[in-house]
Design a protein around this ligand. Structure first.
Ligand SMILES: [Zn+2]
Length: 328
């Protein structure tokens, strides 16, 4: 029996009797990160990275039984060695390393290789079997350096101010919003955020991540409208004081069809996932010969890997269809 198998509840390690990122309630869930397509509420027990403690507490509530583990430290679950390693996706995101009887598997969760001041950078972990995400595993997905994206966001904000328009940037409340906040030039003007973003900002700040001053939308004054940068999840804003220029910050902005579907005026291609090259780089760095592929363009990546001589398997999970899930 493989060390980790896909069941109707999620990835399961029978030897240790625990799940990784289950989508149904289970007794023991090891969770890679706190995006809604990776955790389920009301599990009896959670194991997450120490770096993710405040984020998980904020999402799971005070009654959840959450055990934390620092990156790189090993714990034992029913005799199976488990450790968590930085995935560079959002604060606290972890790859899960599972070792039993000399066999090592790593479940990546979501990850990116690009730099991001708000979380610990991705670290390759050697293993025999690597289960990778494939959210943007198509050659058309190739990210520009993040500094270029932030520079164009700053320029757009200044431009909007000149034309008397507010600047509204749509981004998911966990991860993307804080990455935007940490990298935009906060000297340009006041920054307002949706309540769900501010909740996550609190968790980040309590975790020691430096973010610029933010105010919630309820505090937004008419007099500041045209100077403001507003960061909110899509459809998060209710009050409008005047003209506004909107844009979505997501890897999905790379593809025109998605941009049209969201009928945005503008899009910034900024993703918290690996692009095609990044995915291949992470796979190579794992040293694994067996690759499991999940979340996204599974078939394309499986075919490509087999062509390169890898033993590759697609895992069609609950969330397997390429979606615009959180953190895109
Ligand atoms: Zn994610």
């Amino acid at each position: 029996m493989p060390l980790i198998e896909l069941t109707s509840q999620g990835f399961y390690c029978a030897a240790g009797n625990f799940y990784i990122d289950p989508w149904r309630k289970v007794d023991y869930a090891v969770v890679t990160h706190a995006h809604t397509d990776h955790y389920t509420a009301n599990c009896k027990h959670y194991l997450v990275s120490s770096a993710g403690r405040h984020v998980f507490e904020s999402r799971l509530g005070p009654r959840a039984d959450i055990q934390t583990l620092p990156y790189g430290e090993t714990t034992s679950i029913n005799g199976v060695k488990v450790s968590l390693h930085p995935a560079g996706h959002v604060l606290g995101s972890a790859q899960v390393r599972v070792e039993h009887k000399g066999e090592v598997w790593v479940v990546s969760g979501d990850y990116k290789l690009q730099a991001d001041n708000t979380c610990t950078p991705f670290e390759p972990v050697k293993c025999h079997t690597f289960i990778t995400e494939a959210t943007f595993a198509l050659p058309i997905y190739k990210w520009s350096p993040a500094e270029e994206i932030f520079a164009s966001i700053n320029a757009w904000w200044r431009q909007n101010q000149k034309h008397g328009r507010a600047t509204m940037l749509y981004g998911y409340s966990l991860g993307k919003a804080q990455r935007l906040l940490a990298h935009v030039d906060s000297s340009i003007g006041p920054i307002y955020v949706h309540n769900s973003v501010e909740g996550m900002n609190d968790a980040y700040r309590r975790s020691g991540v430096k973010l610029p001053e933010t105010k919630t939308l309820a505090q937004l004054q008419r007099s500041e409208w045209s100077q403001a940068l507003i960061i909110t999840p899509p459809n998060g804003l209710t009050t409008m004081y005047g003209d506004v220029s909107t844009a979505f910050a997501s890897g999905w902005m790379r593809t025109q069809s998605m941009r049209r579907r969201r009928s945005m005026q503008k899009g910034f291609v900024l993703s918290d996932h690996a692009d095609w090259e990044g995915t291949l780089q992470a796979i190579a760095a794992s040293g694994a010969e067996r690759i499991g592929v999940t979340h996204g363009f599974i078939d394309v990546l499986v075919r490509w890997l087999r062509g390169q001589g890898y033993e590759a398997t697609g895992y069609a999970t609950h969330f397997s269809a390429a979606s615009t899930g959180e953190g895109g």
